[in-house]
Design a protein around this ligand. Structure first.
Ligand SMILES: Nc1ncnc2c1ncn2[C@@H]1O[C@H](COP(=O)(O)OP(=O)(O)OP(=O)(O)O)[C@@H](O)[C@H]1O
Ligand SMILES: N[C@@H](Cc1ccc(O)cc1)C(=O)O
Length: 514
């Protein structure tokens, strides 16, 4: 809860509780008292990912004596300034519901708990390290965690170092291939990196379930957990029912998966104070395995229950799910998909998807999204305006301001006829979208541009290159070249690594110096 002191009319001290529980103090000094003549001063504090983690407003009773509003809202990033007089903390469940991020709750009590001022929820989402990077479908879990944090709760991301060795049968028609330990370690590192950069390591705790599973003996497990798990309930889970009907059936190992995830919840509830687990709708069976075990083994009283929440699976307009198994997965790690490609994906989503995605994948005010939706139907709407907003917001959330800038620079560099100053990263980013070739330094330096255009495959013949040049359509690193005698100089090689050749507005080739 922000706390304000107003020692004098020209300064204001603002004490804010960070998502990790620590406090920070901001002191604002106003040089120019007339600044205070506006009735309300709104203060938002952003983290370095541009997530608001605190905002408030102060109403001024007179020009010279600012007085805090009765109970400044602790609501992080949820209200426009004129709404900040609201005394109730924002209810994360209501927000998720309005944005299309709520499928099911294990109990509606969670809704009232979420708006209680004296109850901080601690919520976890698990990710099995079955690939080197998370993908767009997994981003929903991160977004829901982030909403909890923005509403003043705490978040835990759990890496399934143990569960990935078993393989979650949920939604799978075949048993997952076993992963070797080296791959698991590499995947774990990649996922930890992604989660901590997107959510900011100070607002999420990252745990790995291998830490408590590695020393758990089979006999202890059967005694402490297995005894409380009912076979009838386990068989009735969707993930099991479906697989039992399939030709391949299901292994005993996979069958136990729900108990491992169930025990994780129990462990986190008991040892870390985690009281909510979230996941995609395919996780319902595993999540309820956890709430059932907690109820049976720990018998918490009603005021201290454990809750589950699922969100709908993110689907494309053709009804297929965003996942990792299909072609062209939208990876979150920049080493698997460049911020430029990531940005381009959102910039090109169909009009039919863009508003739904803005609600689900961004933190924009819903009023702004509704306004964009109305704009799209108005005459004169500039195509892709909504997509641009979506691409900017999601790219900034996932890749930060720097990643967004990289994406924007590369987008601009690829714009037909652009004359942007290029650096190596920008050229590499667009290299995925245009033909490229590798040539040795000695093959390039001193070669005429006309010859290089042919050997790099930009044009078919020297005469075509000359024609292009005469028409003013031959570019080196986005700069038009007029002279037929132009030879490549060392300084033309961008950052000693690459060159970009263009013929006309669209035809480009990246030349890498090997
Ligand atoms: N499209 C999606 N929308 C929302 N959540 C998703 C989506 N895809 C996966 N998830 C969530 O991320 C978690 C991890 O996904 P999981 O590894 O099971 O499948 P996947 O990555 O989609 O793999 P595959 O593409 O092989 O089906 C799941 O529990 C699921 O709830
Ligand atoms: N089962 C989840 C991952 C997970 C693992 C362990 C948990 O405790 C929770 C979730 C998935 O398939 O991705």
């Amino acid at each position: 809860m922000p706390n304000m002191k107003t020692p004098d009319s020209n300064s204001l001290t603002f004490i804010s509780k960070n998502p990790n529980g620590s406090h920070c103090c901001f002191c604002f000094c106003f040089k120019d008292p007339p600044f205070l003549s506006s009735q309300t001063l709104s203060i938002s504090i952003f983290d370095d990912h541009r997530n608001i983690f605190n905002n408030t407003s102060i109403r001024f009773s007179s020009l010279t004596s600012p007085s805090p509003s009765p109970s400044p809202s602790p609501s992080p990033g949820l209200q426009s300034p004129h709404e900040t007089h609201n005394l109730d903390p924002p209810n994360v469940i209501d927000i998720l519901e309005k944005r299309g991020l709520l499928e099911s709750l294990t109990s509606d009590n969670l809704r009232s708990l979420a708006s209680s001022t004296n109850k901080t929820l601690k919520v976890y989402c698990g990710f099995d390290p079955t690939a080197e990077s998370l993908h767009l479908g997994n981003l929903l879990g991160i977004i829901v965690l982030s909403w909890f944090v923005r509403c003043g709760h705490q978040a835990v991301a759990l890496i399934g170092g143990a569960t990935a060795r078993i393989g979650d049968p949920s939604g799978k028609s075949l048993e997952r291939p076993e992963l070797d330990l080296h791959t698991l370690d590499k995947n774990t590192l990649g996922i930890e990196n992604t989660v901590s950069t997107i959510l900011n390591s100070s607002s999420v705790a990252i745990l790995n379930n291998y830490d408590w599973w590695k020393d758990f003996r089979l006999l202890d497990f059967l005694k402490q957990v297995g005894r409380f798990a009912r076979i009838g309930t386990m068989i009735a889970k969707e993930s099991v029912k479906k697989r039992l009907e399939s030709e391949q059936g299901m292994s005993y190992t996979e069958f136990t998966y729900q108990l491992l995830q169930g025990y994780d919840f129990l462990y986190l509830f008991r040892n870390e104070g985690v009281n909510v687990q979230i996941g995609g709708s395919d996780q319902w069976g595993n999540i309820t395995a956890g709430t059932e075990l907690i109820r049976k083994i720990l018998q918490p009283d009603v005021s201290d229950e454990a809750y589950g929440l699922t969100f709908p699976l993110l689907l494309k307009s053709d009804g297929t799910k965003f996942g990792k198994s299909e072609d062209g997965a939208i990876w979150l790690s920049p080493s698997m998909l460049s911020p430029y490609k990531f940005y381009q994906y959102f910039f090109s989503v169909p009009d039919a998807d863009v508003i739904r995605f803005l609600r689900i994948l961004t933190f924009l005010e819903l009023e702004e999204v509704d306004e964009l939706e109305r704009d799209m139907k108005r005459p004169g709407y500039v195509p892709n305006t909504a997509q641009r907003r979506l691409a900017e917001e999601v790219t900034r959330f996932v890749h930060g301001e720097e990643g967004l800038n990289e994406a924007l620079k590369a987008t601009e560099a690829l714009r037909p006829g652009a004359e942007t100053k290029l650096d190596w990263r920008t050229i590499e980013a667009i290299a995925e979208d245009v033909p490229s070739c590798s040539l040795a330094y000695d093959q390039v330096v001193n070669l005429s541009l006309v010859d290089l255009s042919v050997s790099a495959g930009l044009v078919d013949s020297k005469s075509a290159a000359r024609r292009m040049l005469k028409q003013g359509g031959l570019y080196l690193n986005n700069n038009r070249v007029d002279s037929e005698s132009k030879r490549i100089e060392p300084k033309d090689i961008v950052d000693d690594k690459v060159l970009l050749l263009s013929a006309g507005k669209k035809n480009k080739v990246v030349v890498r110096i090997s």
